[in-house]
Design a protein around this ligand. Structure first.
Ligand SMILES: [Ca+2]
Length: 281
């Protein structure tokens, strides 16, 4: 009863937030002493303040995924949600700020080194509310070297704080492909070094293909945007971080390429306009 009253009182003071709820930072923050895993592992918690930065069913995958990020935090600010039961994935859009109740913090071996919130209305009583909409989360610009590249490249001391967050690797060129545990990783190399990326989350990827068609060796980009995920499977000697592109829009072309494409579009539109004019009586 006391707890119930406290919830009501605080809800009035802070509209849109859940009293007693954790922030994403609270869920994600860790250090070497904490084993680089959530300090709320195996707890059922409420989480407030996250804005949707990914929603959809990765091509070829069974479950819908949602990723949320809290713009209040520059680090430890993002987390992935696996939806086993419930309508969260159907109800939310990019930019919605959602509050979650009764989600399970999972660090089991099934998560492969990534902290997940498990949303299951039946098993945990998970539920959500959409507090507001239209938020824009700008990706954090990061040097590829901070994320690392290679089968055993994970360095949690410099990278773990970015897990689940939206990042941009800027001025990068696509290098080797066919890497990692599923042969779907590729290198992004820039002045600051090399990181590994993947298109397996990319909603514009053909489910029969390992890569989005924009991923070609030697192709330069002004930036490649993605959500950071860890992949750890010690038995196979894999432990690395990967930048997961979300859609075609996460491949940002160099300005020169944009100018070239715009010039082409202008030429085409000019011809169309001319054609219409010519047909007028
Ligand atoms: Ca991790």
């Amino acid at each position: 009863m006391t707890k119930c009253l406290m919830y009501v009182a605080t809800a009035i003071l802070v509209p849109g937030n859940i009293a007693g709820a954790l922030s994403i930072y609270d869920v994600q923050y860790s250090d070497a002493a904490g084993g680089w895993i959530s300090q709320h592992t195996d707890q059922i918690v409420d989480v407030t303040g996250g804005v949707v930065i990914y929603v959809g069913r990765p091509p070829g995958k069974f479950a819908t995924r949602v990723v949320i990020q809290d713009p209040s935090f520059a680090e430890w600010g993002g987390v992935e949600i696996k939806i086993f039961d419930g309508t969260l994935g159907d109800a939310v859009q990019l930019g919605d700020q959602v509050n979650l109740t009764n989600v399970y913090v999972d660090e089991s071996s099934a998560t492969r080194g990534t902290t997940y919130l498990l949303f299951d209305a039946t098993t945990y009583g998970s539920a959500f509310t959409i507090a507001s909409a239209g938020h824009v989360i700008p990706p954090t610009v990061i040097s590829p070297s901070v994320l690392g590249a290679g089968e055993q490249s994970a360095n949690p001391a410099q990278t773990e704080k970015y897990e689940g967050m939206l990042l941009t690797a800027q001025s990068v060129t696509i290098g080797s492909m066919g890497l990692g545990s599923h042969n779907d990783n590729y290198e992004l190399t820039g002045a600051g070094g090399t990181c590994w990326a993947t298109d397996y989350f990319n909603l514009d990827r053909d489910a029969t293909q390992l890569y989005h068609p924009f991923t070609e060796p030697g192709r330069p980009y002004w930036g490649v945007i993605g959500v950071l995920q860890q992949y750890t499977k010690i038995s196979d000697q894999y432990d690395y971080y990967q930048l997961m592109t979300r859609s075609s829009a996460d491949f940002v072309p160099e300005p020169g390429v944009v100018a070239f494409l715009l010039a082409g579009a202008t030429a085409v539109l000019g011809k169309r306009k001319h054609g219409v004019t010519a047909r007028r009586p």
